[in-house]
Design a protein around this ligand. Structure first.
Ligand code: SAM
Ligand code: SF4
Length: 357
């Protein structure tokens, strides 16, 4: 398949809203502003804690104690919570996990969420192993763009990092399908690991030259299950950018639309961009715009830390959720307190798959 779309997507910094994100239409409600004045219009929804891969930096090889089926929010319950938050000013959603595509009939959830008044954008984070078969239906139901995780372009390595055979071939099939059905933008998330994929940084960057792909390098964050790896294999985005600059000139650009904390660059004339996400070396919490909903219905104001508000049982009792959402916004911390190679600040989080990353 040809990957060429018309015209470069990389534009010079300053073309869009703060942190390079598209400014969402529609009025924002003062109700969705936290105690530090940050507007929170974006919710990451973890639809399952389960996954078909076992990425070395994310999930222990033996898996985790999975949530019980009854503890997981139904699609109707997720849509109800989103409805309450949309009336308070929520505008944009991302479905994540675990691996969202392992949950049955995800398209049905997308259709329910697309129908919620006020919701303007639905995105998906996936390992893409199961994407080829579902891409079309997901796009038709309302997913507009995807982030795909891929940590190596070499088959044996990709399989070793994901701890599952045949991973790379399936991810590339999913990536092709994402392009074919017209998801835009398509972002590739690469978790940097010294000694595991650092020598592939230039090859990943090259993907952005003649394809409209946005390759984002992410610094590995410590959780209780990856302490050794996140300490001894840590590679900063600054080092990754140095490796890319050794290949060709890089200019700062606004980057593709999105809700994330990435800073973007591009090769001259490239169709795509290269982004860096630096939770460890440069804290970007002052620009945080999000909350998270776990698969079992906890609303989390921050990826890390112990703060979370249980919504599921209140919802099942028929309680008003507005005060609970408002309180979660009020307690949203100013920043995360992660320390490289330490469980301090992770709030007991074993794996990012538990909160949706
Ligand atoms: N399964 C989907 C996927 O892999 O895209 C969605 C869930 S995954 C938890 C979301 C993102 O978190 C992925 O891009 C993954 O690479 C990233 N991630 C997981 N654990 C991480 C860690 N310890 N440090 C940095 N990024 C991590
Ligand atoms: Fe699964 Fe995504 Fe975690 Fe990899 S990063 S184990 S694909 S949830």
């Amino acid at each position: 398949m040809s990957w060429r779309r018309a015209g470069p997507v990389a534009t010079t910094v300053g073309g869009s809203g703060a942190d390079g994100q598209a400014t969402a239409g529609g009025a924002s409600s003062p109700a969705m502003v936290d105690g530090f004045g940050r507007r929170i219009e974006y919710l990451r929804i973890s639809v399952t804690d389960k996954c078909n891969l076992r990425c070395v930096y994310c999930m222990p090889e033996e898996g985790l104690p999975w949530l019980r089926r009854d503890d997981i929010l139904t699609y109707e319950e997720i849509a109800e919570i989103v409805g309450v938050m949309a009336r308070m000013g929520l505008r944009r959603l991302r479905l994540t996990g675990g691996e969202p595509l392992v949950r049955k009939d995800l398209t049905r959830l997308v259709a329910l969420l697309s129908a919620v008044p006020g919701i303007e954008d639905i995105a998906l984070s996936t390992n893409a192993v199961l994407l080829a078969r579902q891409a079309h239906a997901l796009r038709d139901a309302g997913v507009s763009r995807v982030n795909i995780s891929l940590d190596s372009l070499r088959p044996e390595r990709a399989d070793a990092i994901a701890r599952r055979p045949g991973t790379l071939a399936k991810v590339l099939e999913g990536l092709d399908a994402a392009y074919a059905v017209g998801f835009e933008p398509i972002k590739i998330n690469v978790v940097l690991m010294r000694g595991q994929n650092d020598d592939e940084v230039p090859a990943f960057a090259e993907l952005s030259r003649d394809r409209p792909l946005h390759v984002r390098f992410i610094e590995v964050m410590p959780t209780e299950s990856n302490l050794e790896l996140s300490a001894s294999n840590f590679l900063s985005c600054e080092e990754a950018l140095e490796a890319v600059r050794a290949v060709d000139e890089l200019a700062p650009v606004a980057g593709p639309p999105g809700n994330g904390p990435a800073t973007y660059y591009a090769f001259p004339g490239a169709l795509g961009t290269i982004g860096v996400i630096t939770p460890m070396s440069h804290n970007f919490c002052s620009r945080c715009n999000r909350m998270r909903l776990t698969a079992d219905g906890h609303l989390r104001p921050c990826l890390f830390g112990e703060m979370q508000t249980p919504l599921r049982d209140a919802l099942r009792r028929g309680d008003d959720l507005v005060p609970l959402v408002a309180e979660t916004l009020r307690i949203k911390p100013e920043k995360h307190l992660l320390v490289q190679g330490s469980a301090i600040g992770s709030g007991g989080l074993v794996a990012l798959s538990q909160t949706g990353g």
